[in-house]
Design a protein around this ligand. Structure first.
Ligand SMILES: *Cc1c(COP(=O)(O)O)cnc(C)c1O
Length: 349
């Protein structure tokens, strides 16, 4: 029996039509700016986000970090939600690569409060760090794929703009937010100077992210991408997968959201297990009683399902292109059986 892998939406594999698109891609040397498929992808994403230009890069981390590099100077401060990817899962790169200091503030339920952002903005004094950037994440990974309301984004963006502070969006799963709300990527992106999006999560491409901003931002980012070892050659093979994903796999994210809901509903009232939220997109967070999260992760694997012990004792299941509705339902049955079997049923161990 094949394992149902719900650890992340990064585990998707390219399907046959995507592989065909990759095999047939027109390519050239992207360091010379001569890969037609890379150029087409960059123009397409810039168009979708309403930005002047865009740059195709290997990973979401590189994409985010290039945006931070472009929008800050060493010694600057960056305001960011304390649960955000840039702060938690990018290996301290803002300090290493841009020499900036992160100013984390609470972002429970997906987003920082406007008041908290305002409070975190430094006054203008020679002995204080300069607040250069506010960064948001849409959807919010650690907050269970929460969608930040557009009004909140607009308010934070307006405040930052008024104070001369740049705005970046980590839109690794922006596509999920768009499908969940019907709001276009361009409408979200209009509130930011730079935006990073991933092609390798729910969209199903094997690798690749894109950063977008002004022509000048992208020119600087291209320079640093090369410095950081990301100048690639016939990257059109990967760009073709990204273009294919954008054309064919955005609307189907809806199915992942539906599967996340079905999974969460099916686990309702499971002994020893508590679903922590109503999923808005493709991520379900839950807590377990009677054992630790890593132990439960290992236990569930015996039942044929891979989930991940995410953080702070929470477990995470992520729905994606390679999980059918039938598999989602079977996964729920397996997780339920695993939870019911915990010996300390009813006790709060
Ligand atoms: C996955 C992810 C990224 C980028 O991750 P890579 O593995 O470097 O592609 C950035 N931000 C968020 C919120 C993510 O979930």
């Amino acid at each position: 029996m094949e394992l149902i892998d719900l650890r992340s939406d990064t585990v998707t594999r390219p399907d046959a039509p995507m592989i065909a698109a990759m095999a047939n891609a027109a390519v050239g040397d992207d360091v010379y700016g001569e890969d037609p498929t890379v150029n087409e992808l960059q123009d397409t994403v810039a168009g979708l986000l309403g930005k002047e230009a865009a740059l195709f890069v290997p990973t979401g981390v590189m994409s985010n970090q290039l945006c931070l590099k472009v929008l800050t100077s060493p010694g600057d401060e960056v305001i960011i939600g304390e649960n955000c990817h840039i702060y938690n899962y990018e290996t301290g790169a803002p300090a290493l690569l841009s020499g900036v200091q992160i100013h984390p503030i609470p972002d429970t339920h997906g987003c920082m409060e406007l008041d908290a952002v305002e409070e975190a903005i430094r006054e203008d004094a020679y002995y204080l760090p300069r607040t250069a950037l506010v960064a948001l994440e849409q959807t919010h990974n650690r907050e269970g794929g929460a969608v930040i309301p557009i009004d909140r984004i607009a308010a934070i963006s307006r405040l930052a703009g008024e104070r001369g502070i740049a705005r970046h969006l980590d839109g690794a799963r922006l596509w999920n937010a768009c499908v969940a709300t019907g709001i276009t990527p361009g409408t979200y992106a209009a509130h930011f100077d730079t935006v990073s999006v991933c092609l390798s999560k729910g969209l199903g491409a094997p690798a690749g992210s894109v950063m977008a901003g002004t022509r000048r931002h992208v020119e600087i980012a291209r320079h640093f991408r090369k410095i950081w070892g990301g100048g690639w050659r016939q990257a059109g093979i990967l760009a073709a997968a990204g273009l294919h994903a954008l054309r064919n796999n955005v609307e189907r994210l809806r199915e992942d959201h539906e599967n996340a809901r079905l999974f969460a509903d099916a686990l309702h009232d499971t002994p020893n297990l508590q679903v922590l939220h109503t999923p808005q997109t493709n991520i379900v967070l839950f807590a377990i009683r009677g054992t630790g999260a890593p132990e439960f992760e290992a236990h569930v694997a015996q039942f044929g399902v891979k989930i991940s012990a995410a953080f702070k004792g929470k477990l995470r299941a992520v729905f994606h292109k390679d999980v059918t509705q039938q598999s989602a339902m079977r996964a729920a049955e397996c997780v339920r059986a695993a939870a019911e079997g915990l010996s300390s049923s009813g006790e709060n161990a």
